[in-house]
Design a protein around this ligand. Structure first.
Ligand code: PLP
Length: 444
């Protein structure tokens, strides 16, 4: 089956998972480390737009994009063509040995489109965690300081340093320590769960007091924050929070790092989620997931003087900025630049929010609807309280999966459903998926 033959409709033709998936799952359990989980053990063979097709011929609506990776759409024709052309020409040299143009071009795009009116440079890596590691390395080298601050409910990866930066012990960190030192966890602004009326400025003051008293501003190399927290459940901080944090960082010579790995690259209806926050002025950005339509590549973009703080040879890596992945990234970035992609993410927000708000008015199990662009979440509660309701999420996810809609959970309390659809998804598919989800919510 070629990608253009995949109709953009939901089709459930077997039990989910079907017999071939169940067979493959048996092989997987025998062959693959059980440390790698499987949210829905349906084995996928092909995909296009907003539909993924499993080995049994079921067509599932994808509301996850592999966690915000295939933002441009599955098998986007321009990404497919760019990869096919590049893979037949050159697959690897090692950029730090003998360079090639694709790497440079990706960096030019990112320097141009990340927010901040200052001279920038970029460097390319393989994963989000690797980008975060390198941003912290460079901030430490630039400032000559060792400590970093991160926020409650945050997520930054699975390497030793980034595990130290995660909020949740389970499932990311538990038993894998000891972790890298010098990481300080600071209270986040979480409007739904903070005391009623706490402003962004007040929440920032709470965080700043902690950093100032517990760590000492002069010891901090960097503050790392997701402008919208991904794994934490799409927590959008109260207005003014990020501005106050970044002003304090600037006043104290601390590098402000925005982890845009999940929220960046058109996901929220702007190139970067940081742009929604007036007065928030990050010095560096970490970028990965949605940048290359599914090919593995990540980046750090930031102020030239910070990015140049390392001696030559101090940053790099064998596969970083691989030519084929770079070609895919260029194909994605060109389409965003050409127009229409950001608008599509904003239109998805309008559709999702209007339907979900209507559901919230009807079903008291829905406590909060939040997010921006095609990054929207529902937080479930026990009706009449704010007590997290994980059981409701489990039931909605199960019903959705059985009916061919792939949804993801999230949140510190596992009580959030997050929507990260490919932007290529049609309104018909979105509405169809929302009907299935509403059925599940109505049954609770
Ligand atoms: C996914 C994610 C990471 C880690 O990216 P990997 O590519 O899985 O290493 C880091 N930060 C944020 C905000 C993420 O969502």
């Amino acid at each position: 089956m070629t990608e253009s033959q995949i109709s953009q409709v939901r089709k459930v033709v077997t039990a989910i998972p079907g017999p071939k998936s169940q067979e493959l799952h048996k092989r997987r359990l025998e062959a693959v480390s059980h440390g790698a989980g499987a949210a829905l053990p349906v084995y996928i063979e092909a995909a296009h737009g907003g539909i993924i097709v499993d080995v049994d011929g079921n067509q599932l609506i994808d509301l996850g994009s592999g966690i915000g990776v295939t933002t441009i759409g599955h098998t986007n024709p321009q990404v497919v063509a760019a990869v096919q052309e590049q893979v037949a020409k050159l697959t690897h040299t090692l950029f730090t040995l003998t360079p090639y143009s694709g790497y440079v071009e990706v960096c030019e795009f990112l320097n141009k489109h990340t927010p901040g009116n200052f001279k920038k440079r970029s460097a390319l890596f393989n994963s989000g965690a690797e980008a975060v590691e390198n941003a912290v390395k460079l901030a430490r080298k630039f400032t000559g300081r060792g400590e970093i601050a991160v926020f409650d409910h945050g997520y930054h990866g699975r390497t030793n340093l980034t595990m130290a930066m995660n909020f949740k012990a389970m499932p990311y960190n538990s038993g894998f320590g000891p972790f890298a030192p010098g990481v300080h966890h600071v209270p986040m602004s979480y409007p739904f769960r903070d005391e009623t009326g706490l402003t962004g400025e007040e929440a920032a003051k709470r965080a700043i007091t902690y950093m100032d008293k517990r760590v000492g501003a002069a010891n901090l190399a960097a503050i790392v924050i997701e402008p919208i927290q991904g794994e934490g459940g799409f927590i959008v901080p109260a207005p003014g929070f990020l501005k106050a944090i970044s002003e304090w960082a600037k006043a104290n010579g601390i590098v402000m790092i925005a982890d845009e790995v999940q929220a960046g690259i058109a996901r929220t209806g702007k190139w970067f989620a940081s742009e929604w926050e007036e007065g928030f002025e990050p010095d560096m950005f970490t970028i990965a997931k949605g940048i290359a339509g599914g090919m593995p590549i990540s980046a750090v973009t930031g102020r030239a003087e910070i990015m140049d703080a390392s001696h030559p040879g101090g940053i790099g890596g064998t596969f970083g900025g691989n030519p084929v992945a770079a070609a895919a990234a260029i194909a994605v970035l060109r389409q965003i630049e050409a127009g229409g992609v950001l608008e599509r993410a904003q239109a998805i927000e309008t559709l999702l929010k209007s339907r979900l708000e209507a559901m919230k008015a009807k079903y008291p199990v829905i406590g909060d609807i939040r997010g921006r662009g095609a990054m929207i979440a529902i937080e479930f509660v026990e009706p009449g309280t704010k007590n997290p309701n994980k059981a409701a999420v489990d039931a909605v996810v199960k019903h959705s999966h059985e009916n061919g809609v792939l949804v993801l959970n999230a949140g510190t309390y596992y009580n959030v459903i997050r929507f990260l659809p490919p932007l290529a998804i049609t309104d018909e598919l979105l509405n169809d998926a929302l009907n299935v989800i509403e059925e599940a919510v109505a049954k609770l």
